[in-house]
Design a protein around this ligand. Structure first.
Ligand code: ZN
Length: 249
């Protein structure tokens, strides 16, 4: 084990209440592209913001067509060694929460209880009614869309049905933001994994941790703007590094 990974292991061993903050980089190793990266979907296609989704039937259909275009990738993706290392620390009672910018549900799929995952940008693996919150499965919506060509509406109340994600122009979920801040302030080690830390307000959490005097680790393939605040910075593969530090395959 190299010196940086050994230091990460020492910090994990010494901690009792780790909070993870994860971004697209942990899931690219599961084959999920980073939609915001150069060449990613949001640099090639203009995002449809929330007000357009509400206002226009064509915008709703286009939103669903884009979602179905990613469906095969989403359904095939499985948790990787990085997700499993995080899950192992939650399972051992060492980590209290996983704050994530990801919408792929892979932390839950790796065995982290849903109650410990704080999804700042929601979840694209299912849909819900924007008015009454009734849940819908993507496969059912796709089947109906392919038959009728119509964007889905809620059986119960007629409201618009949308993936359970936070769109551009839609405010961050207040309960998740509050909980993420509480967990950050209560943590004794804050580990950022695979986030370039450019999207605010989400990226403010590592700053809150650092300001609070909590040791901060950043594990990301590329440098981030917050590297100078961190106690330990590792620019390298996520799954292999975290798996080795945690002693987990
Ligand atoms: Zn409804």
């Amino acid at each position: 084990m190299d010196a940086e990974t050994a230091e990460l292991r020492r910090m994990i061993d010494a901690a009792q209440r780790i909070v993870f903050f994860t971004g697209a980089g942990i899931s690219t190793e599961s084959g999920i592209p980073d939609f915001r990266s150069p060449g990613g979907i949001w640099t090639r296609m203009r995002p449809i913001d929330f007000s357009e989704f509400l206002a226009s039937d064509e915008a709703r259909r286009e939103t669903w067509r884009r979602r179905f275009a990613t469906d095969d990738t989403m359904r095939k993706a499985e948790p990787n060694r990085g997700h499993r290392a995080v899950a192992a620390l939650v399972d051992r009672g060492k980590a209290s929460a996983v704050i994530t910018q990801n919408i792929d549900g892979l932390h839950q799929a790796s065995g982290v209880p849903a109650s410990r995952v704080i999804e700042l940008h929601g979840n694209t693996t299912y849909a819900h009614c924007l008015d009454c919150a009734q849940r819908y499965e993507i496969a059912d919506i796709r089947e109906a869309f392919e038959r009728t060509g119509e964007a889905p509406v809620c059986d119960a109340c007629g409201g618009h049905v949308k993936t359970a994600t936070i769109s551009f122009g839609q405010s961050m979920p207040p309960a998740a933001m509050i909980r993420a801040e509480e967990e950050t302030l209560a943590s004794d080690l804050f580990i950022v994994i695979g986030s370039s830390l450019v999207v605010y307000p989400a990226a403010g959490f590592p700053e809150i941790a650092a300001r609070n005097g909590t040791p901060l680790v950043i594990l990301n393939r590329e440098p981030t703007g917050l590297d100078p605040l961190a106690d330990l910075v590792l620019h390298r593969e996520i799954g292999a590094t975290l798996g080795e530090a945690v002693g987990n395959n």
